[in-house]
Design a protein around this ligand. Structure first.
Ligand SMILES: Cc1cc2nc3c(=O)[nH]c(=O)nc-3n(C[C@H](O)[C@H](O)[C@H](O)COP(=O)(O)OP(=O)(O)OC[C@H]3O[C@@H](n4cnc5c(N)ncnc54)[C@H](O)[C@@H]3O)c2cc1C
Length: 378
């Protein structure tokens, strides 16, 4: 780690240990964390880490961002996923494909954390096969009229700006993945409504909602780039997003390992601390080894991204391996805790629940394997 990365890590760790971890159980029960947390992340610069300084961001590289992401997730995965979506998807899509005017208008408040971003690709009937979406935009004078229902939107209600993908082709000339546009939509837009809030297994404090658009007018200057390329922009965004989720997964796993090491040292059975039993030692060794491997793969992918190399294969590999590591490590952590691992009074029960969705969102593990296999033949 560079000196700058160490400083960012220490800042993120201090924030996570002081301001996230002590409240994470309560937020999990409440199924929400206070909006002030987003404000504090913004003040620390954590919502503009990848946005250039000219738009009020910190202009850091991917690796440094991921160092911070791991620490925030070590404190609370729900806050981390809100931060990951904002940093990796809407802001990066605007940065990559927005006009200068769009960057000035949207990135500054997003970098400062005044506006929280969301990304809306999935629909109730279009998940892994997102290009089969039905929500659509009709061209009209000066803009587009959007209609349809989107699903599973992280920050879709509490957030301020959603980058959403909808069809721009016409029913008589469907163009599949090449008939989709990306639109920048404030959540206060007339015709934007927030539906059901999902009652989730884990990462409960992160808001996940359905949203719908009813005759929602979006002016031309809120269309991102080419109206037929929005799906491609979204997939490129997901290459960034998957690195964020991989770092988040490593953070969950690291927290579970730390709790397990402490517990195995304190808990006595048969007159000895359980860490003295080979059965426990092998578990702890496997957990730590997998975490190191996941982290190494993550930073290999980050280095490729920062060097400007194509990153789809590596970011899918990092997301796949890190999320499965989080699930493996948290499952083993529950076992290390025995019966106490199965109750909410002890921390690993929540970590186990928080880990599962990392194998599902931003592309399931099956889809990551599909991407990796496709890239191997490219
Ligand atoms: C908490 C949470 C937050 C989310 N946040 C967002 C968000 O902010 N924005 C957003 O757009 N979406 C979001 N999502 C949606 C998420 O990306 C989708 O749930 C995910 O892509 C899977 O889609 P699906 O749930 O429809 O499952 P399906 O696609 O129906 O998949 C069901 C099963 O079939 C398997 N499957 C499907 N196709 C294939 C295939 N070709 N080969 C092998 N197996 C296959 C899947 O791997 C899975 O096991 C979120 C989801 C959750 C749970």
């Amino acid at each position: 780690m560079t000196e700058e990365q160490q400083q960012i890590r220490d800042l993120a760790r201090e924030f996570a240990e002081g301001e996230l971890r002590p409240h994470a159980d309560q937020w999990d029960r409440d199924a929400a964390f206070p909006r002030e947390v987003i404000g504090k992340l913004g003040e620390l610069g954590f919502l503009g880490m990848l946005i250039p300084e000219q738009y009020d961001g910190l202009g850091l590289d991917t690796a440094t961002y991921l160092v911070a992401m791991e620490e925030i997730a070590r404190g609370d995965a729900s806050v981390a996923v809100a931060m990951s979506v904002h940093n990796s998807l809407p802001t990066q899509m605007i940065l990559a494909h927005g006009t200068e005017e769009q960057k000035e208008r949207w990135l500054r408040p997003m970098a400062r954390g005044e506006w929280l971003g969301a990304f809306s690709l999935s629909e109730p009937d279009a998940g892994s096969d997102a290009a089969s979406m039905a929500a659509h935009a009709r061209k009209t004078d000066g803009g587009w009229v959007l209609n349809g229902a989107k699903a599973w939107v992280t920050n879709g209600g509490v957030g301020d700006v959603v980058v959403t993908m909808v069809r721009t082709d016409t029913p008589d000339a469907r163009r599949g993945a090449k008939g989709i546009g990306a639109f920048i939509v404030p959540t206060t837009t007339e015709g934007y409504s927030v539906g059901k809030k999902e009652d989730k297994m884990g990462q409960r404090a992160s808001e996940t909602v359905g949203i719908s658009f009813h005759e929602m007018f979006v002016p031309d200057d809120q269309l991102l780039g080419d109206p037929s390329q929005g799906f491609i922009y979204a997939l490129q965004g997901l290459d960034n997003g998957r690195l964020g989720i991989a770092a988040l997964s490593v953070g969950i796993a690291q927290a579970a390992l730390e709790h397990s090491l402490r517990y195995a040292d304190e808990r006595k059975q048969f007159g000895n601390a359980i860490r003295g039993f080979q059965g426990m030692q092998f578990k702890l060794a496997n957990m730590a080894t997998r975490i190191e491997a996941a982290r190494a793969l993550l930073f290999r992918a980050a280095a490729a991204k920062d060097a400007g190399e194509p990153v789809s294969r590596l970011s899918s590999m990092a997301k796949l391996f890190a999320s499965e590591t989080a699930m493996y490590v948290t499952t083993e952590a529950v076992q290390v805790f025995g019966g106490y691992g199965y109750v909410k009074e002890y921390p690993v029960e929540k970590l186990f629940r928080d880990a599962k969705v990392t194998e599902i969102y931003e592309g399931t593990s099956e889809i990551q394997r599909t991407v990796i296999a496709r890239e191997l033949y490219r």
